[in-house]
Structure formats: C-alpha cells, structure tokens
Design a protein around this ligand. Sequence first.
Ligand code: NAD
Ligand code: TYD
Length: 336
Amino acid sequence: MNILVTGGAGFIGSNFVRHMLAAHSDYRIINLDKLTYAGNLENLTEIEKDPRYAFEHGDICDRSRVQMCVVRYEIDAIVHFAAESHVDRSIMGAAEFVRTNAVGTQVLLDVAREMKIRRFVQVSTDEVYGSLGTEGAFTETTPLHPNSPYSASKASADMLALAYHHTFGFPVVITRCSNNYGPYQFPEKLIPLMIANALADKPLPVYGDGMNVRDWLHVSDHCRAIDRVLHDGTIGEVYNIGGNNEKPNLEIIRLILRHLNKPESLITFVKDRPGHDRRYAIDATHIRKTLGWTPSYTFERGIAETIDWYVEHAEWWKRIVSGEYMKYYRALYENR
Ligand code: NAD
Ligand code: TYD
C-alpha cells in the first residue's frame, strides 16, 4: 500500500510515519508537509534514508502539488494530520487555521475524490465536541460544539469530510483523539513546555486555577489506533480515541516537577486562556469493541519515559525554543 501522510513532520505525524514503517514492511509512506514552525525534519532522521519513505515539501492548499504527489507515488490512501494545531495561536489569529484546517482539507478531499483514493483518514480531535461539566464523556454522537478558533476549524474539516461521504460516497473515516503526549511534541504544548521550563528553572505558567482536565493518551497508542482505523474502520464512521486517563493540569505539572527534582515554587498562576474549555473526556467504547484497540501505555510509564526523553534530547528542543518561538513566547506570556 502507498500512503500519503500529510503533516508527517509534526509531532503525531512523525510518530505515525515511524510506526507505519516499523509495522508494515511492504508499505511506502510519502510525507507531504509545508514545514511550518511546527514541522521539523529532525523528527524523522532515524528513517529519512529508508527507501520506503519519501518527503515532499508542499502545502495541502496547493491543489497541483497534492495532485502531483498522488499521481507520482500511486497513492492508495491518505492519512491527514496536517493542521495548525495550537489553541493559543488560534486565539492570537485564526486565518491560518481556517486556511489549512478547513480549506486545506477541502482541497485534499477534492483531489482524493477525483483520483479515486481508496481510503481517507481525517485525523481530528475531541475538542470539536466542546467542553464537559464534571460528569460524562464524549461519544461519537455527542453534538459538535467547538469553542476555540482551532476546534471550529477542525469541526469544519470533519463536517466537510462527512459531507463528501454522504454526497459522493467518498471513503472517509474520522478519528477524534484526546490530548497526546510523547516524544517530538512541540514545546508550545502543556507537557513539553512545562518540562523545558522546569529544566531551565523558569516559571511554569499555569492558566486559571490549573484544574482544567484533559484525557491524556501516549502518541504511540494514538498511532496504533489510526493504523487500525485505516485498515478496518467502517467508511463514514467516527472513532473516538482515548485512554480513560483524565488529569487536572496541576497534577501533571506537579508530577513533572517531582520527576525532575525541581521545586513547586516554579509554579506561577497566570491569567486564564480566553474561552478555556474546562474538561475533556473520551468514551472510546466504539473503537475498543469494534476494532479491538486498547492503549498499551499506563500514564505512569508514558509520562516518565516522556520526561526522560526530553532530558536526553535537550539539543532537539533547545534549537526550537529560540528565534521565532521566543517571539511567540514573549507575546503570549510576558506581562500575562
Ligand atoms: P503539529 O502542529 O505538531 O504538526 C502539524 C504539522 O502539519 C507540521 O509538520 C506542519 O508543518 C504541517 N502543516 C501545517 N500546515 C500545513 C499545510 N498547509 N500544508 C502541509 N503541511 C502543513 O500537530 P500535531 O500535534 O502533530 O497534530 C497533528 C494532527 O492531530 C492535527 O490535525 C491535530 O488537529 C490532530 N490532533 C492533535 C492532538 C494533540 O494532542 N496534539 C490530539 C488530537 C488530534
Ligand atoms: P494544550 O497543550 O495547549 O492543549 P489543549 O488546549 O489543546 O488541550 O493545553 C493543555 C492544558 O494545559 C489546557 O487546559 C491549557 C493548559 N495550559 C496551561 O495551563 N499553561 C500553558 O502554558 C499551556 C500551553 C497550556
């Protein structure tokens, strides 16, 4: 099988490329990525010389570039990760989110339909469902209620994908996963940001009261789930992916500090994120029952390995947290 992975130089995409090459010896993986601030070919150095892998630099909004990739590599399936992915950046400016996440997905869907692609996996997020109170969990039939520009742009993409299935019988499957953590996550996100700041003895900026809850899943369990959906998911269906692992942000931050032997005095409460979703939790019964997927990582093991990975790969994230990133960091956190 020849698979076009979009956004394969990002956090989850790069883990997925590695996973697929390891799990399927006869597959060819083509990575189409624009290399935005979040795309980093260093995430793929281990496999870049693998003859079953090819990188194509390009924008998913560029129809002829997408078309060229599909034709040249005789693509059978598309797994679509490429996105602007950070909520805080979407609050600072939504234009790129609408362009890449909504319009880019429409361009991909159009090319894929014309080229008779056999399967299209739309990698989405639990954030399209909005925020939960203290009880309950999102199921696949929970109404969409996106609250941030990021989640609104992802919900638009999901709805387009489902509309293409309904209207044209296009073979799309959607996955909606909870928050991922693991190696190669860009240090703007909670867990790597807190690890990097703690290692540098810098303040850890906690939004609001620190009691917002996310349902954390190790990225390799997410990749295994997408692999299952790609092969055996039912066309037109949505699959929620999550590990029953709800944690308030403060609990995770304290765990990171303990693991690194750093003082809790680094914790600094800052002004809340506007429109901050209070709680996410996933009911993953559907994928567990129909595709037999279960997470393999416990959170204790996953978070310990992840913290150690960032300690051992300081040169990877130190290169990122300079330059453009410093400008972003100052704009978001200075005088907050
Ligand atoms: P990321 O920001 O780390 O990576 C995004 C990648 O997409 C980068 O390599 C970037 O260069 C590329 N990209 C951006 N715009 C592009 C464009 N126009 N054309 C081609 N490439 C482009 O994101 P991530 O955390 O790896 O998330 C990947 C996907 O998974 C996203 O669709 C996101 O919505 C979804 N998701 C993420 C999480 C999470 O916790 N990170 C959870 C659920 C779902
Ligand atoms: P994030 O990693 O941005 O993921 P998302 O908002 O998409 O779930 O944030 C996870 C949680 O951590 C969220 O409740 C916001 C909070 N957070 C902070 O408290 N401080 C920070 O500096 C960041 C980046 C996030």
